[in-house]
Ligand binder design. Structure first.
Ligand code: SF4
Length: 782
């Protein structure tokens, strides 16, 4: 039976030089002082993992407590007479998993004894009666059941296995694990445990690597092994990882004696020995392997952090640690407080670490990829709450009414704090620094938000603006195949979300007149690219709208629409835009930008204009005196590097033209988006990512784009309030008839009014003002 898995090369021989400290080589570790090794481990952690310390919210499913091994320290394994049944039934398994799902867990940790059917006839009989050839056979069935019924990600911890069993489990689990424990072949505690021979454990590690299984392993400390043996075991793990790259984490677990075991009177692992081993693990293992120690097996968490760990392993709000039932999991807020007290940030992860989750083709069976994607954030860590863009779940409170003071204000002592220190000095953030800001977690998120709020106040003061406008989506028929778009219909499709339509010019002008009568100062016209359109269509629409109203501001046509219009007429874009302007077009919406990074566009919207074409359309518009805005649709498939490129590219164009009026983050609404329904996208950005997009946008565009807009359609009231505290200063439009977000599944209504905006803004001590499209005071439509 493997010990608990509450939750990934070796430095070259000789001295390894790091950013801050010279590391002692493995062979010399035994001579180094514990203080030196721990200091080095902290420096290595900071370099490899920054300030993030992870944990996995999980449920623990002890599928069977029968085991053919007899380990001297174990109370998990029990004889059949002490169990009500040899195995948990599928209903019992599902009940635990469902409780975990309700509690916000991501992982279903299956821990079980090794091959009990080889020792106990009752186990063999139970398996036969239930149609399973082996314990691993039943385990695979239960992993699939939990994945399919709850979405929890199974982690299979089934001990020493061969290729066939590992392969079988790979198709139904996101990761697997087996403690190496020790390479000492003479340990008394393993004499009755045929699966605990070093050769068998090493063979399992090797096979897992050959099969590209993200793998968890670890060492037990204080079961009679020497320090040298521990270094040898860690070095063997490092070697296996160097060959295959598959070790995601190494658990350093301290032995505690338990009554009723052969080792009941063996002394517990001294804390200093545990701390030394955690630090040595960090020094010996390659930097991409995470180092973990179970938080429930130590009374004081700080020394563990000070020894260089970067993961707390699995922590369950639902189930006990069945291997150490006498040791309760620490409450999450205790874990968070201890982590933050050390200047670090706590982040939820999946059972599979980001290095593996973000490379699914290599590391995950096709049957597991969407299950992992669906629980991932943009960095491959776990989503931390149920909020999603356009949904009805309340967001977590990440930015409150009170402003942080002292060291907290800087966001701790890591890379985020360094970038914020530069921001406070007035430095412009570059692509790498933007990526760093997007990595903020815990108190760092507030620090970024508050820095953005200071920039907002300095740039535009305390006024929050809104515009009275109406959306007119004149057709939902489109020849393009954007994979995120739930709005468009092929010309012939009739489906559950409504029929294809094309408004007559008369319908459009009627809506314009209605909007003006209701006080709108702007109409926003956008639609699909109808196959029957030529460029003259767009001109006709503008002329018709202008004929219907002399005064209303015409905010119309994306970069795609004007590019297509000019192309279909064979006319230079600048000439075409000039004619549109002369007809009455005043500004262009910045939509169709999605993510201005062609690697991402190739996935999201392969047949649409590329990054340079979008930028060129806006450059051309600005050159003829048409202003526009920047949008970003984020949170579907991309990572923060692409967000940073988007911000930097649009900022560069703004430096050139000065034509952008505002930045509008548009968090991806997943519910009805085809790419999500095809199981190829995440469920939009997390609330943390969405808030950071407003804040980082404010910081990145400082001095260039003065207005940051928050979308109430996608964020809801509670989200808007936090965005207004994170750099946003504009609420966008009243949006009578908002169709595009609703088509994607958003549920925050079709219309807002001044009273609704006032209720959001005034409690913040800010002043609400109606604006024109170009941020003048709206006394009359322009
Ligand atoms: S996003 Fe626009 S261009 Fe793409 S399919 Fe939808 S309507 Fe067409």
């Amino acid at each position: 039976m493997p010990p608990p898995v509450p939750g990934p090369g070796r430095p070259a021989a000789g001295r390894v030089v790091t950013a801050k400290v010279t590391v002692v080589a493995p062979d010399d570790l035994l001579e180094a002082t514990t203080a030196d090794v721990r200091a080095e481990a902290r420096a290595l952690r900071a370099k490899a993992h920054g300030t993030t310390v992870t944990y996995s919210p999980k449920v623990f499913i002890p599928l069977t407590m029968l085991c053919r091994d007899r380990c001297g320290y174990c109370t998990f394994a029990k004889p059949p007479a002490r169990l009500h049944a040899p195995y948990l039934t599928p209903d019992e398994v599902l009940a635990v998993a469902r409780a975990g799902m309700a509690a916000g867990c991501h992982e279903a940790l299956f821990t079980l004894g090794e091959a009990p059917e080889e020792r106990y006839p009752v186990a063999r009989r139970w398996l036969t009666d239930h149609g399973h050839a082996s314990t691993v056979d039943y385990l695979a069935a239960m992993c699939a059941l939990v994945r399919d019924e709850t979405g929890l990600l199974p982690h299979a911890n089934a001990g020493a296995l061969g290729h066939d069993d590992l392969t079988r489990l790979r198709s139904v689990s996101a990761s697997q694990g087996m403690m190496l424990e020790s390479l000492d072949p003479d340990l008394a505690c393993h004499r009755g445990a045929p699966d605990k021979t070093p050769a068998r454990r090493l063979a399992t590690l090797e096979a897992a690597g050959e099969l590209a299984i993200p793998f968890t392993t670890g060492v037990l400390v204080g079961i009679g092994e020497s320090r040298a043996e521990r270094v040898r075991a860690l070095s063997a793990i490092a070697d296996a990882h160097r060959r295959h790259g598959h070790i995601q984490e190494v658990i350093v677990q301290n032995f505690l004696p338990k009554p009723g075991t052969a080792m009941h009177d063996h002394p517990p692992c001294p804390p200093e020995e545990l701390w030394w081993t955690i630090a040595v693990a960090r020094v010996v293992l390659p930097s991409d392997i995470h180092v973990q120690a179970p938080p429930n097996l130590s009374d004081d968490l700080r020394p563990l952090l000070d020894s260089g760990l970067d993961d707390w392993g699995g922590v369950s709000p639902v189930t006990v640690d069945h291997v150490n039932p006498e040791r309760a999991w620490p409450a999450l807020d205790v874990l968070r407080a201890a982590t933050e007290a050390a200047g670090l940030s706590l982040a939820a992860r999946l059972t599979v670490y980001p290095e593996f989750a973000l490379d699914p083709v290599r590391w995950l069976d096709p049957a597991m990829r969407f299950a992992v994607l669906d629980r991932s954030d943009a960095e491959g860590l776990g989503r931390e709450d149920p909020w999603c863009s356009g949904g009805t779940d309340a967001p977590p409170t990440l930015v409150g009414a009170t402003v942080m003071a002292g060291p907290q204000r800087a966001g701790g002592g890591g890379a985020v704090a360094e970038v914020l220190a530069g921001v406070d000095l007035g430095h412009e953030v570059g692509e790498d620094e933007i990526v760093t800001l997007f990595s903020a977690r815990g108190p760092e998120v507030r620090a970024v938000a508050e820095a953005a709020d200071r920039v907002r106040r300095a740039e535009v003061g305390d006024v929050v603006t809104w515009v009275a406008n109406r959306n007119i989506n004149y057709t939902n028929v489109c020849t393009f195949k954007c994979r995120f778009c739930a709005f468009s219909k092929g010309p012939l499709s009739l489906n559950l979300r409504g029929a294809p339509y094309l408004l007559e010019l008369g319908d459009i002008t009627e809506r314009v007149a209605e909007a003006e009568a209701l006080g709108a100062t702007e109409v926003c016209l956008q639609g699909g690219i109808h196959p029957s359109f030529d460029g003259d269509y767009y001109l006709e629409v503008i002329r018709a709208v202008r004929a219907a109203s002399e005064r209303i501001h015409i905010h119309a046509f994306t970069a795609l629409e004007v590019t297509e219009g000019a192309r279909r007429l064979g006319e230079p874009l600048v000439d075409y835009l000039t004619r549109l302007k002369e007809a009455g077009l005043a500004t262009l919406p910045g939509t169709a930008a999605e993510i201005l990074d062609d690697e991402v566009r190739a996935v999201l919207c392969p047949d649409k204009i590329n990054t340079e074409e979008w930028l060129e359309a806006h450059r051309a518009a600005h050159s003829v005196g048409l202003r526009s805005n920047v949008t970003i649709m984020f949170g579907a498939v991309e990572q923060p590097r692409s967000w940073a490129r988007h911000l930097v590219r649009t900022r560069d164009l703004q430096r050139e033209t000065g034509g952008f009026t505002e930045f509008v983050p548009l968090p991806f609404v997943h519910m009805a988006a085809p790419i999500y329904l095809q199981r190829k996208a995440r469920r939009g950005p997390t609330f943390r990512e969405t808030l950071l997009m407003h804040a980082v946008g404010r910081i990145a565009y400082r001095g260039w784009i003065p207005n940051i807009q928050v979308s109430w359609v996608k964020m809801g009231a509670a989200g808007v309030i936090q965005a207004l505290r994170s750099g946003a200063n504009d609420l966008g439009g009243t949006l009578m008839d908002e169709n595009i977000s609703r088509a994607a599944g958003a549920s925050h209504g079709q219309r807002m009014d001044e009273g609704g905006f006032r209720a959001l803004v005034e409690p913040l001590g800010r002043t609400l003002e109606q604006r024109t499209t170009l941020y003048g005071r709206a006394t009359a439509p322009i």
